[in-house]
Design a protein around this ligand. Sequence first.
Ligand code: HEM
Ligand SMILES: *[C@@H]1O[C@H](CO)[C@@H](O)[C@H](O)[C@H]1NC(C)=O
Length: 514
Amino acid sequence: MGLQILALAGAGIIGALFARLLMSWAVIYYKKTFKYSREHGCELPPKYPQNERFIGYQIIGEGTKAAAEKRVLEMSMGRYDTTGHTYTVAAMGSTIFLTRDPENIKTVLATNFKDFGLGQRIYAFGPLLGHGIFTSDGAHWEHSRALIRPNFNKAHLANFESAETHFQHLVAKVPTDGSTVDLQPLFFNMTLDSATEFLFGQSIDSQLAAEGSESEKFSHAFDYAQVRVQHRNRVGRLASLIPDPEFKAACETVHAFADRYVAKTLKNRDQEKSSLVDMEKVGEKKRYVFLDEVAKETSDPKQLCDEMLNILLAGRDTTAGLLGNVFHCLARHPKVWKKLMAEVDELEGKIPNYETLRDMKYLKFVLNEALRLYPGIPTNARIALKDTILPRGGGPTGTAPVFVPKDSLVVYSTYSMHRRRDIYGDNADEFIPERWAADAPTGPLRPGWGYLPFNGGPRICVGQQYALTEASYTIVRLLQTYGSIENRDGEPWVEGYGLTLCSGNGAKVALKLR
Ligand code: HEM
Ligand SMILES: *[C@@H]1O[C@H](CO)[C@@H](O)[C@H](O)[C@H]1NC(C)=O
């Protein structure tokens, strides 16, 4: 009994402390907001209804349940629908701002770019990726970006010979007897193979790998490390305190692979420099290798390794996820398949090149639409580096600016924005590639910042053209190879939401050779 009273008293004291903390925090918050309200006309955005507004138990509980049911994106969209396009939640003692308002997203990513940073990303990704374009901020990021970006130009992207090789390896895995195949895991291996060839000059060839081979080890280590990174992403800064030997081992396997190519590249580069033979002059056409180009600008092996892995991570799953989602949709929309087939047949069986792909309008609509419904990075976040404002979402009508104190997390959801009915119409949830046509019955779509699969502003995806070219090439070649597709999955789409988004049930189909 006495103990119980003591415990109750203890709980009471802690409760009182929490209440005081909450009060002082609230006072500071409102004072600041009040000052800003004067200066910028800021008003408070709506609050997501929570019965407790400090730890955010309810948010955590709802999130955990939704994750188990593969409904995180649906849940998050429901909150925007009921609370507002911009709103706040209280969690872990602070206020988190959430938005699917194109104006606010534009402000975070472009207009007030310098007011925001990546926040905790480096803690989660650091052991796998080090400091590279995808993980760093400020001057370090600017340097990485300047190093990486020039290498993504048209000439380098159009290596269709490599694309064809890896595509053929995929075809070899597709059954021809009409039995069911899940295309999505095949796409994941294909994009790993093409991305490693593009970056390192030699493919990991996971599609050919024998059990127990080096390739297989790398491929598993890279996948496993990403699963752990996703977990670390949730834990935040604490991640580095928790020992995780399996994660460490996976990172080491991945680094050993990249280091080997970096060492070879630097050695070759120095030999070429000292040799009198100019490759170009003897008429030998040198193959483009991303790593070779970057190694012309820096000799730091650690930086080279980090940058290559940053790009591999950013580019591989996203492109595979897009392809998986496209075929998930094609299998369920025979009319779209037929129309796309007609466009593919205009090539009269010729293997596509950069120009022919560029001219395929309907293919572009199909890709646009898959990326609208299933954006590869469906939610993302930035941290305010100073007191700043979002231009909209405050006050009863949601039109007043919103004050965002330094260190606040601003979460934005392209997934939820891409399904706004006021931007895309009442059929926003449906897969309708035709909506992208200039002569669409509902008028031409001009979503501007309301459509953002590749991000916008200074950190816009550097691999956009590469991804669209690879996806287009693969789709066209698949349709040239297989005349019909059959849906072999009775289920509707569910999210496969890890670091990036793919179809949770994959893309189970039967394909028939032409
Ligand atoms: C359909 C495929 C793809 C999608 C949907 C996609 C989407 C995105 C998005 C949304 C970002 C912004 C992330 C952020 O700032 O928080 C991004 C950044 C990036 N993407 Fe992509 N991406 C795709 C393919 C690729 C490919 C194929 C590559 C490279 C080969 C690539 C390389 C990068 C890099 C290096 C960044 C970081 C840029 C920076 O921070 O300056 N992406 N991508
Ligand atoms: C993808 O590649 C890995 C590594 O080589 C292999 O273990 C796996 O079976 C492949 N997946 C498919 C669906 O072929």
